[in-house]
Design a protein around this ligand. Structure first.
Ligand SMILES: *Cc1c(COP(=O)(O)O)cnc(C)c1O
Length: 377
């Protein structure tokens, strides 16, 4: 099976992990700070906090931003459920804004009318690796005194108007799951330029515990203080060693993903039955996904099943978050976001990852063309 995405692990990644395994620190050691520094430098943000996964990173960012009971965020339904789930965990209500029909990202022109006195943050998701319209989103946020928390789980390495994703909003989240642009096994991070958020997240990551150097001096070296109620959301040096090694190769991975995307564009541009993804001029795409949309949504299952039956691990991203039974039980109307529904109903993600060969892509293209049938070729 050719998967829709997968990790790229080389001998240098293996060596980096083995080196940490043989060191004194498996967790809470120096490799974590080293990885965080490299992430911050890469993304153009002042601070980075590594987390055990992207979902925990979202949670830590939301908590640091002060999301609480009765608040609201405005986000997109075209995302993995973790984006809105972690708001719910904070007692905050996700308000779903419909997507643009071209980039499938949150429609920046539909955000403002969803703002209420309870709104605390806008949470754009850079779907598939295509950055959202950040200038407009930040302008709206400034006007209404809201935070911008970017779910950039698809988008490390992407750029908006020549600025790397990570240093733009108040807080930005990455995921390092094996399907994402770089991996640490499980992993994630939060980027920010705000030192107060940074300090809060470091504390929330480890039981809400802080050490006050002055009190340690007067009371004793064992002294610590728990200031917030929090989980153990620490990350290991093992993960961070892999992350450091992967980060060095991110630009190379990015170029390889771009090559895969360009080949699909070239070979699929005349296929009548599919709408290819849009790439706006002012952005650099990270090509985490290559989402196509069928012109005839009624053929989606048939085409998907045909690809799967022939060894292509096609996927569908995403079932609108508010369609999930949990959200339906909360009373979210199913017809809330018609563009997200229309996109989802006809969506298929084709395989895209750095080591995907042209031969494998030819196989995908051939099977897709056959599955669409004569009238759509
Ligand atoms: C992967 C992903 C997450 C969650 O990240 P994990 O590391 O799997 O917890 C959240 N949001 C989006 C958009 C994602 O793609």
């Amino acid at each position: 099976m050719i998967p829709y995405s997968r990790q790229t692990i080389d001998e240098d990644d293996v060596a980096a992990v083995v080196k940490v395994l043989k060191s004194d620190w498996l967790t809470q050691g120096p490799t974590i700070a080293e990885f965080e520094k490299a992430l911050a430098e890469y993304s153009g943000a002042r601070f980075a906090v590594a987390a055990p996964n992207g979902t925990a990173a979202l949670y830590l960012a939301y908590k640091a931003a002060g999301l609480k009971d009765g608040d609201e965020i405005i986000t997109t339904p075209n995302t993995f459920v973790a984006t809105s789930n972690m708001a719910l965990i904070c007692g905050t209500r996700p308000v779903f804004c419909d997507i643009r029909p071209d980039t499938y990202n949150i429609d920046e022109n539909k955000i403002e009318k969803l703002i209420t006195p309870k709104t605390k943050a806008i949470v754009p998701v850079h779907f598939a690796g295509h950055p959202c319209e950040m200038d407009k989103i930040i302008e709206i946020a400034k006007k209404h005194n809201l935070l911008v928390i970017e779910d950039a789980c698809h988008a490390i390495g992407a750029e908006y108007k020549n600025k790397k994703i990570g240093g733009i909003g108040d807080l930005t989240i990455f995921s390092f799951h094996p399907v994402k642009p770089i991996t640490t096994g499980e992993g994630g991070a939060i980027l920010t330029n705000n030192e107060a958020y940074y300090q809060t997240m470091l504390r929330l990551r480890t039981h809400g515990i802080a050490k006050d150097p002055q009190k340690t001096e007067t009371i004793g070296k064992w002294h610590y203080e728990m200031l917030d109620l929090a989980f153990n959301h620490r990350v290991t040096d093992i993960q961070c060693a892999l992350g450091l090694s992967q980060l060095k190769k991110l630009d190379k991975f990015q170029k390889a993903r771009e090559r895969v995307a360009n080949y699909y564009f070239e070979k699929l541009k005349n296929l009548k039955g599919v709408v290819l993804p849009t790439k706006l001029a002012e952005i650099k795409h990270s090509w985490h996904l290559f989402p196509i949309n069928l012109k005839d949504a009624s053929k989606r299952k048939e085409v998907f099943d045909y690809l799967q039956a022939n060894g292509i691990g096609a996927q569908v991203h995403y079932i609108p978050a508010h369609w999930q039974p949990y959200y339906q039980a909360m009373g979210y109307p199913k017809n809330l976001c018609p563009n997200a529904a229309a996109y989802y109903n006809a969506a298929i993600s084709l395989p895209i990852f750095p080591s995907l060969t042209t031969e494998d892509q030819d196989k995908v293209i051939d099977l897709l063309t056959r599955a669409l049938g004569k009238e759509h070729q």
